[in-house]
Design a protein around this ligand. Structure first.
Ligand code: HEM
Length: 416
């Protein structure tokens, strides 16, 4: 079964601009903002959104379709590549327009960007639904249910983001920021991640799926959905107690779902950049949930909730989101590029380069948001973290080069 999520049947290995370039674009933009943060208005917000709304949202569109295709084996003409590319550019344009619109305070631009984003994600959900309806019965259909549920949170979260950009009073910023950020972080990103890791995690570890995985994922889905629904309604209704309860419920669902990840770890513990990054990302995810619950519980007002929320957002964006993306792509890119076992190994070898230093760099940088350290130490560690993440781009490029070289070497039985 794990083979199901590692294979990309159509047109393995070729370049695809709408799939490949936006990731580079978002990561480069994030790097530029880090370097030029003094001249970028609301640079903290911009950075968080370059990662979560730009890079991760694009990755969700690309990879949920990839896994849907691998699991359902649907006909390519159900959703031609031209449509997929149009959606990917639409989501990239929407995110870019929002990222410009919020700090420049051009509300009409924010509305336009949100409309483009919602249109792209709705189209994506319709395409997933068509594949699902056309597919024969099989295992792990639950993953598709997670993807469809994830997409449903985008119109909700985007509307709340648009209202936030309207700059309501401080009390409402607190309420809206919780509902907006958690509906998108736990709904859009979180449900896609949980739905995918059920099968991707054992595949990455090259081990067997826990027999309970599908059942646990099915049982956890309603818990997640209930928790996220309450996390939208409770802050809007002004109930901090209910918001905290919903976060605890989500955490309980995550622990229940996460039981299926333990058996593969016992069989083969994480030891590569990809698996170590994903493990640490999941740890940070739990930390984010605990931090958010503690922060909301301790704040006396919603205005106080809004203050200090940026720390949680930074940990979520870099510790969880970015780290998860780097980990998953470190595994997926060599496998999806394909070319036969020897070529995949050659690319993986490159992708592993300076792995431990890169992981340490990113995680130390994330810690600086949580542990008070003198200014020079904080600046040094964050710079180290930025370099560690930025290295991902040239390392991936060197992976492509390694692939080309390995492909040129004659090898019997190689596929391309
Ligand atoms: C239509 C798309 C979006 C719009 C218009 C939008 C807008 C906003 C606005 C206006 C804020 C409040 C800034 C402030 O504190 O004054 C905010 C905060 C936040 N948003 Fe978004 N956002 C969008 C998409 C996303 C996505 C997709 C995610 C995550 C997956 C996300 C996560 C967050 C987080 C974590 C915060 C808190 C950040 C902080 O306080 O620094 N947003 N967003």
């Amino acid at each position: 079964m794990p083979e199901a999520v590692s294979g990309s049947r159509p047109r393995r290995g070729d370049r695809w601009a709408a799939r490949d370039y936006p990731t580079l674009l978002w990561l480069t933009a994030a790097l530029v903002v880090v370097i030029a943060h003094r001249v970028v208005p609301q640079h903290g917000w911009v950075l968080v959104h370059l990662v979560l709304l730009g890079a991760l949202t694009h990755a969700v569109l690309v990879w949920s379709l990839h896994f849907a295709q691998a699991l359902l084996r649907s006909r390519p003409d159900l959703d031609p590549r031209a449509h997929q590319s149009a959606r990917l550019w639409l989501v990239t344009a929407g995110a870019a327009v929002v990222v410009v619109g919020v700090p420049t305070r051009l509300w009409w631009l924010v509305v336009t960007g949100a409309v483009l984003l919602v249109a792209a994600v709705t189209w994506h959900a319709i395409a997933l639904g068509r594949r699902w309806r056309a597919a024969l019965p099989g295992r792990f259909r639950v993953t598709l249910r997670y993807y469809l549920a994830a997409a449903a949170w985008v119109p909700v979260g985007a509307t709340l983001g648009v209202l936030l950009a309207r700059r309501p009073g401080e009390e409402w910023v607190g309420r809206l920021v919780v509902a907006h950020s958690l509906s998108l972080l736990l709904g859009w990103i979180g449900l896609t991640v949980t739905g995918t890791l059920v099968t991707l995690w054992p595949t990455m570890l090259r081990t067997r799926i826990d027999d309970r995985a599908e059942r646990l994922a099915e049982q956890a889905l309603p818990v997640f959905l209930l928790a996220i629904t309450v996390l939208v309604i409770a802050p809007l209704a002004g109930s901090r107690a209910l918001s905290v309860t919903a976060l605890v419920l989500y955490l309980a669902g995550l622990v229940w779902w996460g039981r299926a990840l333990i058996v593969p770890v016992h069989q083969r513990p994480p030891g590569e950049v990809s698996t170590m990054s994903v493990s640490l990302a999941l740890v940070w995810w739990v930390v984010v949930l605990v931090l958010a619950a503690a922060h909301i519980a301790h704040a006396r007002t919603w205005t106080a909730v809004a203050h200090g929320y940026g720390t949680i957002a930074a940990v979520a964006a870099f510790g969880f989101g970015l780290q998860l993306m780097v980990g998953a792509l470190s595994y997926l890119i060599p496998v999806v590029l394909g070319g036969g076992p020897s070529v995949v190994r050659a690319v993986q070898h490159r992708v592993e380069r300076w792995g431990v230093a890169r992981i340490v760099g990113l995680n130390l940088a994330v810690l600086t948001w949580l542990i008070p350290v003198p200014d020079p130490v904080r600046i040094a560690l964050r710079t180290f973290g930025v370099v560690a993440v930025a290295l991902f781009v040239p390392i991936m490029v060197s992976g492509f080069v390694a692939r080309v070289r390995a492909m040129r070497r004659p090898h019997p039985g190689r596929s391309s």
